[in-house]
Design a binder for this molecule. Structure first.
Ligand code: PMP
Length: 433
């Protein structure tokens, strides 16, 4: 039999031959995962890794969480799929649970198989409700890979075309480190961005903009975090014009930010629409939109998704969300996130090539730069990611320039695991020098 390293190499060659060139893999020697348990994953060579990325935040609670596995197995033995044309208890229960958790009054929920489709549906609702194809999005945003969502994504490396049907204007504020207003203190920074938004309304739109879509903490953009209250100030301007606020909670939802269940809550507002995906299904393909009934029902035509909220994924998501709420994983994200941050802070402060550590709860990022300024250093970020992997710690990369490291472990992380991950990461930082 071939060695397990040879099996990885063979799989890599087959992947490269048949998958698109742009579907890139992490690491000089990519990892082939075999299975997971708790906060750990194993590759097919038998190496165990501490998972500090959860497959880009999709493993929300834990790998192989017994409650989710049991719910999925039970549902799989009954019926996998029943189409939205028939009633299903799991699906209705999930929609009820999400509507209630959302904090949006009189909420309705449309379920999709991905975050991209959630945002696409949100755009459909907002533009239909407002009868306008003009939208605001944030600079440094990522909202998906479809034709509509790349039109609100502000990263050239994620935008293969610019022929969007939307008329998008990009707003200042999410990515403070590279904002022209970065030197200003919190309140003045927010005020400058708000003034800029007012100017954009006059300069770049006809005033009747459908919505502003924003990630409370920008995920792909490297966990870029505006000051608390920022979106409250932005929303005051939107409200003057009837412009809807869409909170993309694909990465920030379900308590991951520690202080709050949703990212929007750090800003003292309730969004008009909220989109979610990733962690809700703990790896099962599920996303959706929540909004006030009048907005959801602004869509007059039939609009269905074959796989959105199927019985199988809904059963898993119901078990996953029940576990997260009953075990206060939001509280755990706060405790273990603070612990991680405290362990890393002195080294971050003393390392000239780390510009800053940012994020909230179990969303934590380090931005790598050339010392003496903020010129991005993606090579250093890649080296740190490799050094962490060599120590059997998986972390994520991201940021506009690929120079940000992202940490987002499953939310059942223990204090011991937080300490262990911090130790491995500090060791990797020292090795990279
Ligand atoms: N919104 C945000 C904030 C995301 O991070 C992502 C995925 N990285 C998406 C939307 C798109 O989700 P999906 O990949 O499930 O289509």
């Amino acid at each position: 039999a071939p060695s397990s390293r040879a099996r990885t190499e063979e799989l890599l060659a087959r992947h490269r031959a048949v998958m698109p060139r742009w579907q890139s893999l992490y690491y000089d020697e990519p990892v082939a995962l075999s299975h997971g348990e708790g906060r750990h994953v194993w590759d097919i060579e038998g190496t165990r890794y501490l998972d500090f990325f959860g497959g880009i935040l999709t493993t929300m609670t834990a790998h192989a969480l017994p409650e989710v596995t049991a719910a999925v197995q039970e549902q799989a033995g009954k019926i996998l799929h029943s189409s939205t044309l028939y009633l299903n208890e799991q699906t209705v229960e999930l929609a009820e649970r999400i509507a209630e958790l959302s904090g949006i009054p009189d909420a309705k929920v449309f379920l999709t198989p991905s975050g991209t489709e959630a945002n696409d549906a949100a755009l459909l609702m907002a533009t239909a409700y407002r009868r306008s194809n003009q939208v605001f999005a944030m600079r440094n945003s990522y909202h998906g890979r479809s034709f509509s969502t790349i039109g609100i994504t502000s990263h050239r490396s994620w935008s293969p075309t610019s022929y969007s049907g939307l008329q998008t204007t990009y707003v200042q504020g999410g990515y403070r480190l590279r904002s022209p207003f970065r030197e200003l203190p919190d309140g003045e920074y927010t005020a400058a961005c708000v003034a800029d938004l007012r100017q954009l309304l006059d300069m770049a739109t006809s005033g009747d903009v459908a919505c502003l879509i924003a990630e409370p903490i920008q995920g792909v953009g490297g966990f870029a975090t505006p000051p608390d209250g920022f979106f409250g100030a932005i929303k005051e301007v939107l409200d003057e014009h009837g412009i809807l606020f869409v909170s993309d909670e694909v990465q920030t939802g379900w308590g991951r930010t520690g202080e709050h269940f949703w990212g929007y809550q750090a800003h003292g507002i309730t969004p008009d629409l909220l989109t979610f995906a990733k962690g809700v299904g703990n790896g099962l393909p599920l996303g959706g939109v929540v909004a006030r009934a009048e907005i959801v029902d602004a869509i007059q035509a039939n609009h269905i998704s074959t796989f959105g909220g199927s019985p199988l994924v809904s059963a898993g998501a119901n078990a996953n969300l029940r576990y997260a709420v009953e075990h206060d994983l939001q509280g755990n994200a706060k405790r273990t996130g603070d612990r991680l941050r405290a362990a890393l802070q002195p080294t971050v402060d003393a390392t000239p090539w780390i510009a800053e550590m940012r994020g909230r709860g179990l969303m934590l990022a380090l931005e790598c730069v050339h010392p003496g300024g903020i010129d991005p250093d993606p090579a250093r970020a890649a080296a740190l990611s490799e050094a962490a992997k060599a120590r059997h710690l998986l972390i994520g990369k991201g940021g506009l320039y690929g120079n940000v490291l992202r940490i987002a472990p499953p939310m059942t992380l223990t204090e011991d695991e937080a300490d262990e991950g911090a130790r491995l990461l500090l060791d990797a930082v020292a090795a990279v020098g």
